[in-house]
Design a binder for this molecule. Structure first.
Ligand code: 5GP
Length: 197
């Protein structure tokens, strides 16, 4: 109930997943401003900060020790090892927002998406797919944010991720940014308007 005694419409949890390099971040950046009652959860990671990234903006960048302390404290809703690094969704980024009626988007990889599904079955899972594996390879190489070894790890993982699409409620193929952003916006809109529960 809110202060006026009206039942408040609870926020929804939306998980956006898909292989590294597929363009999840770009699409979310385009779509999120259209939803004033939705926020993007900021994850914690032990991955080194890229030069264009800021502490507390893209991620909370933690040392491994800090990350493990927060695991022990039960601060994560889910956390995984991905490549050489750890990533996790902080409860504090999600729970308060949902309670206050905001919807929360998580941009996370497959294992995290599966963990969220089993812990919070009401979450809506959206998969962003590349037009082809070859295109994904080109995009990851063009992005140039990873060392060769890390990029290969990500591509290997992409195979498993692409094979998991049936587990998702929606699939958006990222052929062009505008087309995919448009489709993603429609999916989020229908979810938030109660098109799917
Ligand atoms: P990047 O290092 O490129 O920022 O992220 C690598 C992968 O980790 C991406 O697929 C991204 O979606 C995923 N990721 C980011 N934050 C989290 C998180 O909190 N939990 C999980 N499971 N994956 C995450």
């Amino acid at each position: 109930m809110n202060s006026g005694g009206q039942p408040r419409r609870p926020g929804r949890l939306l998980v956006i997943s898909g292989p590294s390099g597929v363009g999840k971040g770009t699409l979310i950046g385009k779509v999120l401003p259209h939803f004033k009652d939705a926020v993007l959860s900021r994850s914690a990671t032990t991955r080194p900060r890229r030069s264009e990234e800021k502490q507390g903006r893209e991620y909370y960048f933690l040392t491994l020790e800090e990350f493990e302390d927060r695991v022990k404290a039960g601060d994560f809703l889910e956390h995984v090892k991905y490549g050489a690094n750890k990533y996790g969704t902080l409860r504090s980024e999600v729970v308060k927002q949902l309670d206050s009626g905001k919807s929360v988007l998580l941009e996370i990889e497959l294992e995290g998406a599966r963990n969220i599904r089993s812990r919070m079955p009401e979450a809506v899972l959206i998969f962003i797919a590349p037009p082809s594996v070859e295109e994904l390879r080109l995009r990851l190489a063009g992005r140039n944010t990873e060392a060769d070894v890390e990029r290969e790890v990500r591509l290997e993982r992409a195979g498993e991720e692409l094979a998991s699409q049936d587990e998702f409620d929606y699939i958006v193929v990222n052929r062009t940014v505008d087309q995919a952003a448009n489709e993603l916006e429609k999916v989020i809109k229908s979810t938030l308007e109660g098109g799917r529960s």
